[in-house]
Design a protein around this ligand. Structure first.
Ligand code: ZN
Ligand code: ZN
Length: 424
């Protein structure tokens, strides 16, 4: 079923009205004039890039005139941000940006609310896949949904990265951390720190590997086996060995037997190894952290130990979209702009505001990403299956193909932005 082409015109007009009343403060750290801006519009598929603006008012005029579907700005600062040739932009430095998006990691609730459609053979199903199970092609259109569980997962990732890596290990000050809810399924963390700003892409990659735990070498941390005696991590190590121990302590001490068994199963340990761990919890904690000789007599082979450590590392490491942090010329969603897949606002947050922040039902008007809430109703026809959702505390759906529905303004805008319904 086709969407109604005039719906994009409606969304375009409604986005313009938002930008008319848009009151953003210019931040000196943002270096407004030196950022590159990029836009996607409602009537074409390519991005307008290499734009720059002298001041906020000029950008605002542009937004009111054009009402773009998506607004982006560069993490980088350039002498000539509007030069269309990257080599002639005269790059100065780039904020360190971390993107946490549920699109890039698994959450169990996706089986319930996300759908995929193979553009090659027409096969479809629930959940998240990379290749079509029938024709094996990777031409997949995914229809992802906004959901409280997914957004909570994303929020926990943000805390994990800030509390376990940015503040203790990288020495970033809380005041240098800017968090933005993307307006869809994730958050950005932007670090405005002099040293981080000047890092090359190669160094950024090393930091990304450190945060994700990818390529971690247990040998470098001191793990080795000599004559069937296993020697563990060097005692002086901090950072990862300490994180691994804390996580191990958390699951061995706090989890119920059943929860621990499930956790260890998810690490792909065998039944025998799992029982060994369950029966030796105290001893394992002692050997791994307190034994001065660094000899780990834990009843596990090196192979099983690797499985356990790999599993712990995956749990500890941050789930981030790596290219966003590494590529210094990347554009990211502009704070306070509207997300064209939801009609929600990209909402900046201070670290202390994050815990209570509830993107789909925020009580603080200042922080509420849902800007089009109103009692005005719209009549729509459903053109893609729509899962059940809860927005502003109200349940909607599920709605089936061809169903005619009457929904309030902010829900209509969400469904039209998602292209799962059309006006009738
Ligand atoms: Zn297929
Ligand atoms: Zn979900």
């Amino acid at each position: 079923m086709m969407k109604n082409m005039s719906d994009n015109g409606f969304l375009n007009r409604i986005f313009k009205t938002y930008y008319r009343q848009y009151k953003e403060q210019e931040s000196s750290k943002f270096n407004f004039r030196q950022r590159e801006f990029g836009f996607l519009f409602w009537d074409r598929n390519y991005m307008l890039r290499h734009k720059s603006f002298d001041h906020l008012e000029q950008l605002k005029d542009f937004l009111i005139k054009t009402g773009p579907r998506h607004v982006y700005s560069s993490g980088a600062i350039y002498e000539k941000p509007d030069n269309p040739n990257m080599d002639n932009k005269e790059y100065l430095y780039c904020d360190f940006i971390i993107d946490i998006d549920v699109d890039h990691f698994y959450t169990p609730c996706k089986e319930k609310h996300d759908r995929w459609l193979c553009k090659n053979c027409g096969n479809s199903g629930n959940g998240m896949i990379e290749n079509c199970p029938k024709c094996k092609k990777a031409k997949i259109k995914s229809i992802s949904w906004v959901c409280d569980d997914c957004l909570n997962h994303a929020k926990l990732e943000v805390f994990k990265i800030i509390d376990n890596f940015l503040i203790p290990d990288l020495g970033i000050d809380e005041s240098e951390i800017n968090i933005t809810f993307s307006g869809h399924r994730g958050y950005h963390i932007k670090i405005e720190n002099e040293q981080m700003r000047n890092l090359s892409s190669e160094f950024r990659r090393e930091i990304v590997d450190y945060i994700t735990g990818d390529n971690i070498s247990f040998e470098v941390l001191g793990l080795k086996s000599i004559n069937n005696v296993i020697y563990g991590f060097s005692r002086e190590s901090i950072g990862w060995p300490k994180k691994i121990y804390s996580k191990l302590e958390e699951i061995l001490k706090n989890y119920s037997v059943e929860a621990l068994r499930n956790k260890l199963r998810s690490y792909e340990l065998t039944g025998g190894n799992i029982e060994t761990i369950l029966n030796n919890k105290k001893r394992i904690l002692y050997e791994i952290y307190q034994n001065e000789e660094r000899v780990w007599r834990v009843g596990l082979s090196m192979k099983a130990l690797y499985k356990l450590l790999d599993g712990l590392v995956k749990d500890i490491g941050g789930n981030i979209d790596e290219p966003v942090s590494i590529d210094i010329h990347r554009l990211i969603r502009y704070p306070y702009s509207l997300h064209g897949k939801t009609g929600f606002k990209a909402q900046p947050l201070k670290l202390h505001e994050l815990d209570k922040f509830n993107p789909l039902n925020e009580q603080n008007k200042e922080l509420d990403p849902i800007v089009f809430e109103s009692k005005k109703n719209h009549n729509l026809e459903v053109i893609e299956e729509i899962p059940r959702m809860t927005i502003k505390g109200q349940p909607y759906g599920p709605y089936s193909l061809g169903q005619q529905i009457e929904v309030p303004n902010h829900i209509a805008i969400l469904l039209l932005c998602k292209e799962v319904a059309k006006t009738i």
